[in-house]
Design a protein around this ligand. Structure first.
Ligand code: UD1
Length: 419
């Protein structure tokens, strides 16, 4: 078992370079199944969710070459099975994208029911509704999903809820369908635009990604033979921005798209942090105790649920009482119990949590309950008095590349220990 040990009370100072976006990469990798050819992907984050995605692709017959730790070439000319490794697909959430992509490529696929962070009920009814609208039959039985289609034909799909996964998945299934698919009430997250840009680079015809109506004109074939670079990770950038505020530090965050960070920037300014926006990098600093703020998580461009725990750390030490309203995931407040072990005063009730700001946090052994909770606990350890131990690192490693090295370069006293 591994743990992180952090000696706290360090203001983070210096520069950090943001990796490619996890949530874009785990969709672009399955999207390569739609190509009957070879493509190269740059700025791939070297994280465990990406490695599992690659393993699944390899088991389906793809040939993957790692050119560097952040660049891969994928040859999808020989996809030779329609059963994805069930144990691997159950390991993480984004394996549902194999369904949309393989429906397009082979008209058939069986995968294990997707796993991922335990953030509450994570239904896939909107994915299934979209596949069925295009003519597929989908069965969910004994923890597996089996989808088949003799032929996919474009159709109108109205999303009953704004869903990142369903929007991307229906887009994947529509790329090689006959005719035009229109997704109405689509999600608008930056990684949706990135997946659409990737597919268009390979020969797809997708318009409107980033708005709530996406139109996909089916094409006969995706050609490949191109190189694509994954968009910078908005959530990783936001994590370091909030770490700068919480630790009263000063960080220049490089390789990010500051337009994607506007909801976070606004809240940082509201609590008394300062921001200088350079377009592809952003400097964030704070020289005072943060003030209170109220947050409601929303789909993009609202405040992202994936930065809610990191913001929670800032509010746990803010002056006054703050409220966070979580509108996406019902179990997203699990981290508050861990922060309370460190002296925070947080009361979580259903979809809301009340943060009575304390002067400081103290060290304690804590458990990362999910990926973003883990990032929040690292920030908490960096600002706390004493030596904090963080367990369950597998969650953190799913989504953050070289996280302790990046924090160490900013001055954090953090080490990984094997027990
Ligand atoms: C993605 C992100 C995750 C992020 C989330 C919300 C990936 C791999 N993961 O997850 O990090 O927290 O977006 O920004 O990109 N819903 C339904 N039916 C469905 C699908 C979703 O009711 O068929 C509901 C969910 O329960 C949730 C909301 O819609 O309340 C949003 O979920 P969704 O956007 O689909 O999240 P994911 O794609 O799973």
């Amino acid at each position: 078992m591994e743990k992180l040990v952090i000696t706290g009370q360090t203001p983070l100072k210096g520069e950090v370079t943001i990796s490619g976006a996890k949530n874009a990469a785990v969709a672009i990798l399955p999207a390569t199944l739609l190509i009957d050819g070879v493509c190269t992907i740059e700025n791939i984050p070297n994280i465990s969710d990406v490695k599992i995605s690659c393993e699944i692709l390899e088991k389906l017959g793809a040939k993957i070459t790692w050119n560097t730790p952040n660049e891969i070439t994928i040859d999808t000319r020989n996809i030779n099975t329609t059963v994805a490794p069930l144990d691997l697909t159950r390991k993480f959430r984004a394996s549902y994208y194999i369904v949309g992509a393989m429906l397009g490529r082979k008209g058939k696929i069986q995968v294990g029911m997707p796993g991922g962070c335990k953030l509450g009920a994570r239904p896939i009814d909107q994915h299934i509704k979209g596949f069925e609208a295009l003519g597929a039959t989908v069965e969910v039985e004994k923890g597996n999903i089996t989808a088949t289609a003799d032929k996919l034909v474009g159709n109108s799909v109205y999303m009953d809820v704004v869903s990142v996964g369903a929007t991307i998945n229906v887009m994947l299934s529509a790329v090689l369908a006959e005719g035009t698919t229109v997704i109405d009430n689509a999600a608008k997250e930056p990684h949706i635009v990135d997946v659409a840009n990737f597919l268009n680079t390979m020969g797809a015809d997708i318009r409107g990604a980033g708005t709530d109506i996406i139109k996909i004109n089916g094409v006969k074939k995706l050609s490949g033979n191109s190189t694509y670079s994954v968009v910078p990770d908005q959530i990783e950038a936001g994590t370091f921005m909030l770490a700068a505020v919480a630790s009263k530090g000063d960080i220049l965050i490089k390789n990010c798209i500051t337009k994607h960070l506007e909801s976070i920037t606004a809240k940082i300014i509201e609590v008394g942090g300062q921001v200088e926006d350079y377009g592809d990098s952003i400097r964030v600093w704070c020289d005072r105790r943060p003030g209170k703020a109220n947050i409601k998580t929303l789909p993009y461009p609202g405040f992202p649920t994936d930065l809610q725990p990191q913001m929670g750390v800032v509010l746990s030490i803010a002056e006054g009482t703050s409220i966070i309203n979580e509108s996406i995931w019902e179990s997203r407040f699990q981290y508050t119990e861990e922060l309370n072990k460190m002296g925070a005063k947080i009361t979580a009730q259903g979809k809301s949590a009340f943060f009575e700001g304390v002067d400081k946090l103290y060290s304690a052994p804590v458990y990362s309950t999910d990926l973003r909770a883990g990032a929040a606990l690292i920030i908490a350890g960096i600002i706390a008095e004493g030596e904090t131990e963080i367990y369950n690192l597998e969650h953190i490693d799913r989504g953050y590349e070289n996280i302790e090295e990046k924090f160490r370069n900013l001055g954090a006293k953090i080490k990984r220990i094997k027990e």
